[in-house]
Design a protein around this ligand. Structure first.
Ligand SMILES: [Zn+2]
Length: 140
């Protein structure tokens, strides 16, 4: 995967995250040196993702900016896949979870919630519950 492919997959993923506003930062001569490739604001939290391939490593100015974002209490990291972004969100957003039915991220409103609030996934949960109830009944 090229760096731009990884950027695209991360942006695609972030679009599924509730309460997320994000964009691809375009460098160039008028940009500020070292600004991470992807900037996101999720539920009031600031994120900067510097995207690299397996072999890539951040430049000095990129490392410096990551340090500055962290100093300002934001989250910044070098990432090599959207999975790494997902792990960072899991660890930094309370209640962040992945729906067991559709695989989309959602924010839990109860500690044991496993499915998102989409009607389809609610139905899937209810079907599963009904099935479990039936099986419990049968085994008695
Ligand atoms: Zn779902």
């Amino acid at each position: 995967m090229s760096e731009s492919d990884i950027v695209r997959s991360i942006l695609k993923y972030l679009k599924t995250v509730p309460g997320c506003f994000c964009w691809k930062e375009h460098g160039g001569m008028y940009g500020t040196a070292g600004i991470p490739d992807i900037i996101a604001c999720i539920g009031g939290r600031f994120y900067g993702f510097e995207v690299k391939t397996d072999k890539g490593s951040p430049t000095r100015s990129q490392e410096a900016v990551i340090g500055k974002i962290r100093k300002a209490d934001g989250t910044a990291a070098v990432v090599r896949s959207y999975g790494e972004v997902e792990d960072i969100l899991k660890n930094s957003i309370p209640g962040f979870a992945v729906c067991e039915n559709c695989g989309k991220p959602f924010i839990r409103n109860g500690s044991r919630q496993k499915y998102c609030d989409s009607p389809e996934c609610r139905n899937a949960r209810n079907r599963k519950k009904a099935k479990a109830y039936y099986q419990r009944k049968k085994s008695r």
